[in-house]
Structures are given as structure tokens and as C-alpha cells.
Design a protein around this ligand. Structure first.
Ligand SMILES: Nc1ncnc2c1ncn2[C@@H]1O[C@H](COP(=O)(O)OP(=O)(O)O)[C@@H](O)[C@H]1O
Ligand SMILES: [Mg+2]
Length: 452
């Protein structure tokens, strides 16, 4: 073509304005209303929710959608589809991961040029990327607790046969879970599901976790966000140690020659305390019958949360459940209701849990999840009790709401804060997330009729 560059000029293309969008996943016609014909980077502010997000290779934005928040990630079609399918599979197996919503493919811009596909996931409520936790003043051991949570996540994923391929703090999200954190998988792009993982596959994930964490810590150090006392190499070692300890506890073989029943009960109890139930156990006896080996074969995470759910209908995280169950046990002793666990649980909900979380004014409900509030009020009561005996829950709740909660940041949606120093930080003005589903729907179970 003489005198012309060979690059087609978009405006000269014959484009009929149609966009053959292909949506897989959610049955939700409103999804078509999102501005798919413009690059995600330039989506209008009124569609976006300014929540913190971790460092990523792809463009990721949060959007408001029918009273909830969705995370949209631009990537190539087959990758989006693959990640969607994998997250779905993992979800079915009970893995802690973000919930996939849809894949949107076939996007074109106003002049018919193709745009990347989008993987849409549900925003994980009350979750934070690790860098957001750093920008808040937190206890010194926060980093240790995040690493421990990541080790639990990695073990759980490996038990399910998921090889992650890119373990890092940036590829996980964290939620407060009583004194600890629980970690969720957010980026499954490099992963694979197998029937069982080989030693080598697990080893590779652990090595990668170590390398990535050390790299992430050096980045924080360079940004002067890391306390001088934190040693990146030690944190790298920590993930490996924690992983190995937990893996051995959950899958290791033990051999006994006497008092087998006792040892068996002890092993199950120890696993329960770690938050796991033993669904299947392998027992092998030696030929002469003198030795018996036991090895847990299938373990399910969520020992305490399942028990609390069964008793109260409250669906909370593992350590929160452990704390709430301890309080429930104490309530049963105090009210002499040790005989009927279910009835006592209903009374505990009515008399302790619900009034406590309802004491939090509406304006503060974005700060923490209800179960986390309850956990913190229990801590606060303990703190008050050091000065004055017999502090009741209503007194503790009132003091907590007055003296502690106002200083806490909103975590249902940390607003107006960009994590990871992305260049377009200013483009997302602070906005508010409308729905507070965790609070609106905090469980009401069918209760026994009131006695009077
Ligand atoms: N469903 C979600 N809920 C909350 N945050 C999310 C969600 N999806 C993505 N994010 C945020 O976006 C970041 C980048 O997502 P990720 O899948 O890791 O992208 P990339 O493949 O480009 O690394 C994550 O670290 C996380 O902070
Ligand atoms: Mg990532």
C-alpha cells in the first residue's frame, strides 16, 4: 500500500457495533450492563469500588454489582476459563478460595478491536491483602501469623490434590480469625488439580513459597514498610517449618505396641485441636499382632466451625468458632445447662451472642465481622475484669463500642486505599460498599418457643 502504513486505522474498519459477548457462569443478565466495551483500566469511577488489592500482573478492579462487590481480572480467554473451572472445583471440594462468578469473553471496543477476556469472582468480604494489613498499625507478630495462615492454606490445598504453582502472600487473601488469620487462595491461574500430589510437587510449592515470601519481605523493606526487627530469611524458613509440622501431624504414621485405644484417641484429639476431623483412618497390624500403625487417611478442616454451625447456625471461621464454643461451654456451666447442648446453644445465642453483636451501632458494622466482634468483646471483658470483677457482657460490649471500636479501620471494605502502589491510584475515589451481607444475614436459627 504506497504511502500508507500497513497498520489498519481503527476508524476505517467497517464495524457494525455488535459485541458477541460470551458469558460463562453466573445467570445474571445485569452482567451485560457493565461497560465491557472499554478496557478495565478506564472503567468509570461510579462502577468501581475502591477496595485494597494486592500486587498483580493483570489489571484487576472491583465493581459494584447488584448490592455486592465483584472482582474483575482481565486476562486471556483460555486462562480465564481455566481459572474459573479450577476455582469451581476447589470450591466444591471445600477449599478456602474466592468464589468464581463468571467468565466474559468476546469483548470488543467501540471500533471492533478485541479486548481481553475477564475472570469475575466474588469479592471476599472482610478479607485483606497482606499489604493492607501492613499499612495498619498492628502487633509485631502479624507477619508470623500471616505466614502461619498461609502454611495452613498450603497444607489444605495439598491434601485436596491442588498444586498451586505460585504460592505467595500476594496470591492469598487474609481474614481475621480470632487471634489468628485465615488465608484464602485468590490466584489459581498456575494451579493444577491431581488425585494426589507427589513429594516433588509439594516440595516445589514449598520452595516457591519460601522464595516468594522472602522476595515480598524484601519489597516491603525497600518500601520502608517492614519493621527492622523482621528478618525476611527467617520468615521464609517459618513457612517451611510450619508446613512440615502440620503435614506430619495430619498425615504421619505412628506405631504403637500397647494401649492402642488411648493413643488413637489422643491422635484424634490432637487433630481436632488443630481444627481437623479425621474422616478416614488407616490401621495396620504387624503379622505377629504386636504392633499397630495408624495414619489419618482423610482429614477435613473445620472441626470447630462445623460443630458451631450445627449447634447455632453461625457460620464462622475456625478459630472464631473455637473461641465461641469455649464461651458457650462456659455459659453452659454457669447456667447449669450441661445436659442439653442444643437448647443451651439457643439460649447462648439469644442471651449472649446476638445482644453483643447488636450493640455495635450500624455505622460501625463495616469494621469487623460479627464473630470477630464477639471475640474482641470477650477479650475486652477479660481486660476490664483485671480492674473490676464480674463485668457482664453488656457492660463489656458498651465499653468496647465506646473505647475500642471507633479507632478500628473498616475492614468489610477498606476504603480509598490503594495497595501495591499502582500508578492509577488516584483514579479510584473513595466510595462506599453498600451491602453488608455478613451483618444483614447473621444467622437466625429456628428457636425453641419462649418459655414464658
Ligand atoms: N475475589 C477477590 N476478592 C478480593 N480481592 C481480590 C479478588 N480477586 C482478586 N483480588 C485482588 O486482586 C489481586 C490480584 O489478583 P490475582 O488473581 O492475583 O491477579 P494476577 O493473576 O494478575 O496476579 C489479589 O492479590 C487480590 O488482592
Ligand atoms: Mg496474583
Amino acid at each position: 500500500m504506497p504511502g500508507h502504513s500497513s497498520t489498519p486505522v481503527p476508524s476505517q474498519r467497517a464495524y457494525d457495533g455488535t459485541m458477541p459477548l460470551k458469558i460463562t457462569g453466573a445467570v445474571s443478565p445485569e452482567l451485560l450492563d457493565l461497560p465491557w466495551s472499554i478496557p478495565l483500566e478506564t472503567w468509570p469511577e461510579d462502577t468501581l469500588a475502591a477496595l485494597p488489592r494486592g500486587i498483580s500482573r493483570h489489571v484487576v478492579r472491583f465493581v459494584r454489582f447488584s448490592g455486592r462487590v465483584l472482582a474483575v481480572k482481565e486476562t486471556v480467554g483460555p486462562m480465564a476459563q481455566r481459572e474459573f473451572t479450577m476455582l469451581k472445583e476447589l470450591g466444591k471440594m471445600g477449599a478456602p478460595c474466592v468464589v468464581p462468578f463468571a467468565v466474559v469473553d468476546g469483548r470488543v471496543d467501540a471500533v471492533g478491536e478485541p479486548l481481553p477476556a475477564a475472570l469475575v469472582t466474588e469479592h471476599l468480604q472482610f478479607s485483606l491483602p497482606y499489604r493492607a494489613l501492613f499499612s495498619q498499625a498492628l502487633r509485631d507478630d502479624t507477619m508470623d501469623r500471616l505466614i502461619d495462615a498461609l502454611a495452613v492454606l498450603l497444607v489444605r490445598l495439598h491434601l485436596l490434590g491442588f498444586y498451586w504453582g505460585d504460592v505467595s502472600l500476594s496470591n492469598a487473601l487474609f481474614r481475621r480469625d480470632a487471634e489468628a488469620f485465615s488465608a484464602y487462595l485468590v490466584d489459581a491461574e498456575t494451579g493444577d488439580i491431581h488425585a494426589h500430589l507427589t513429594e516433588g510437587q509439594r516440595r516445589y510449592d514449598i520452595d516457591l513459597a519460601r522464595t516468594n515470601i522472602i522476595g515480598e519481605m524484601f519489597d516491603l523493606q525497600a518500601a520502608e514498610e517492614l519493621d527492622d526487627s523482621v528478618d525476611p530469611l527467617l520468615l521464609g524458613d517459618r513457612i517451611e517449618e510450619r508446613y512440615k509440622e502440620l503435614w506430619a501431624m495430619l498425615t504421619g504414621k505412628e506405631t504403637f505396641t500397647d494401649n492402642v485405644r488411648y493413643h488413637l484417641a489422643e491422635r484424634v484429639k490432637a487433630l481436632n485441636e488443630l481444627g481437623f476431623d479425621v474422616a478416614e483412618l488407616d490401621m495396620t497390624q504387624t503379622e505377629d499382632g504386636r504392633e499397630l500403625s495408624i495414619r489419618p487417611k482423610v482429614v477435613d478442616a473445620g472441626h470447630h466451625s462445623r460443630r458451631l454451625l450445627r449447634l447455632t447456625g453461625l457460620d464462622v471461621q475456625e478459630n472464631q468458632a473455637r473461641r465461641l464454643l469455649n464461651d458457650l461451654d462456659e455459659f453452659r456451666v454457669v447456667t447449669a445447662r450441661e445436659d442439653d447442648e442444643v437448647l443451651a446453644a439457643h439460649e447462648w445465642l439469644d442471651r449472649n451472642f446476638e445482644p453483643t453483636v447488636r450493640a455495635v451501632p450500624r455505622d460501625f458494622r463495616r469494621k469487623l465481622e460479627p464473630a470477630q466482634v464477639y471475640h474482641e468483646v470477650l477479650d475486652h471483658r477479660w481486660f476490664l475484669a483485671k480492674k473490676k470483677p464480674n463485668v457482664t457482657m453488656p457492660e463489656a460490649a458498651a465499653s468496647y463500642v465506646k473505647n475500642v471500636l471507633p479507632a478500628r479501620p473498616d475492614e468489610e471494605a477498606v476504603l480509598g486505599q490503594e495497595i501495591g502502589a499502582l500508578p492509577d491510584a488516584e483514579s479510584e475515589a473513595p466510595t462506599e460498599t453498600r451491602a453488608i451481607r455478613a451483618w444483614q444475614s447473621f444467622p437466625r436459627t429456628t428457636k425453641p418457643a419462649p418459655k414464658d
